[in-house]
Design a protein around this ligand. Structure first.
Ligand SMILES: [Zn+2]
Length: 68
């Protein structure tokens, strides 16, 4: 799955995971829209974004191709 540009949110046409790292002025943000099951989630903050990435990696996206 191609990696999305940092400023583009995943859509139904281009599902995937997007994470934008935080700076000293902004917090990390993350979004995913799963191409496998259509689930989507959003995160704000470093901890949230990490959890979101873990959730997507474990339960969505590539995980659907492992027979789940
Ligand atoms: Zn999914």
């Amino acid at each position: 799955m191609p990696k999305l540009p940092a400023d583009v949110r995943p859509t139904e046409d281009f599902p995937g995971l997007r994470v934008k790292g935080g700076t000293r002025y902004t917090t990390s943000q993350g979004d995913y829209l799963c191409g496998g099951c259509g689930a989507e989630d959003h995160a704000n903050g470093d901890t949230d974004a990490k959890t979101l990435v873990q959730d997507y990696t474990d339960n969505h996206g590539p995980a659907h191709r492992k027979g789940r």
